[in-house]
Design a protein around this ligand. Structure first.
Ligand code: GSH
Length: 228
């Protein structure tokens, strides 16, 4: 059975939603990043990058959320949309993987973990870029039901993983300033698979205390002598 290494964070949630949309049987494994499970040699044999998510399927490893989504959608011939829109699908998938996701994630990091560290220039840049990505998405979704063509695809699933954290990224009001994103997000949220994906974190146990073990696991740069 497919093994899914999961934590309750945006990139793994994309894969949780896809697995539920596909109706696949899978074994969810809690990868407790607060305890440093992601750095264990056993897990690094599955994801050498030491991050969630990863899967093992038919004896094969696949890591990195976008790769996993493409792999599963191709394997099951689903949620890829019209083949004529393949270029558009890949464009939005890579835009999420290299833009919306990292800028949102780093902006949250600067607001929370790095809040007392200064770095005003970095904060200004990441805040601006996080909002800019939401503006791009909002303009794209004007008059459209889905991100690519007329079909719900893995691009919607991957964007949902991040937009689901919009209040944490954008602050109070979240996507209220982005009405097309809001309409699209509410439509995705109404899908039965979203409710099932949201249930997954409830079925697994994760550490919630943020102590030194957690700080060392998640922010090793703060403990590295050379800063590299
Ligand atoms: N590009 C990777 C990013 C994975 C990633 O950053 N995962 C986070 C959770 S969303 C993680 O494992 N964080 C723990 C850590 O950085 O140690 C993907 O899309 O899967």
């Amino acid at each position: 059975m497919l093994k899914f290494y999961f934590h309750t964070t945006p990139n793994p949630m994309k894969v949780a939603l896809l697995l539920e949309e596909l109706g696949l049987d899978y074994e969810a494994v809690a990868l407790d990043t607060y305890k440093g499970n992601q750095h264990s040699p056993q897990f690094k044999a599955i994801n050498p990058n030491g991050k969630a998510p990863a899967i093992e399927d038919d004896g094969k490893r696949v890591f990195d959320s976008t790769a996993i989504c493409l792999y599963l959608a191709e394997k099951h011939g689903a949620l890829l949309g019209d083949p004529a829109n393949r270029g558009e699908l890949l464009s939005w998938l890579f835009w999420i993987a290299s833009g919306l996701g990292p800028f949102s994630g780093q902006w949250v990091h600067f607001q929370t973990a790095g809040a007392n560290e200064g770095g005003e220039y970095a904060k200004r840049r990441y805040r601006f870029e996080a909002h800019r990505h939401y503006r791009v998405l909002d303009e794209h979704l004007a008059g459209r039901a889905f991100m690519v063509g007329h079909d719900y695809t893995i691009a919607d699933i991957c964007a949902w993983g991040w937009v689901d954290r919009n209040v944490r990224v954008l602050g109070e009001g979240g996507i209220d300033a982005y009405p097309n994103v809001k309409r699209w997000y509410e439509a995705v949220n109404a899908r039965p698979a979203v409710a099932k994906a949201r249930d997954l974190p409830q079925r697994l146990a994760f550490k919630t205390d943020f102590d030194e073990e957690t700080a060392r696991s998640l922010f090793p740069h703060n403990f590295a002598e050379t800063g590299s």
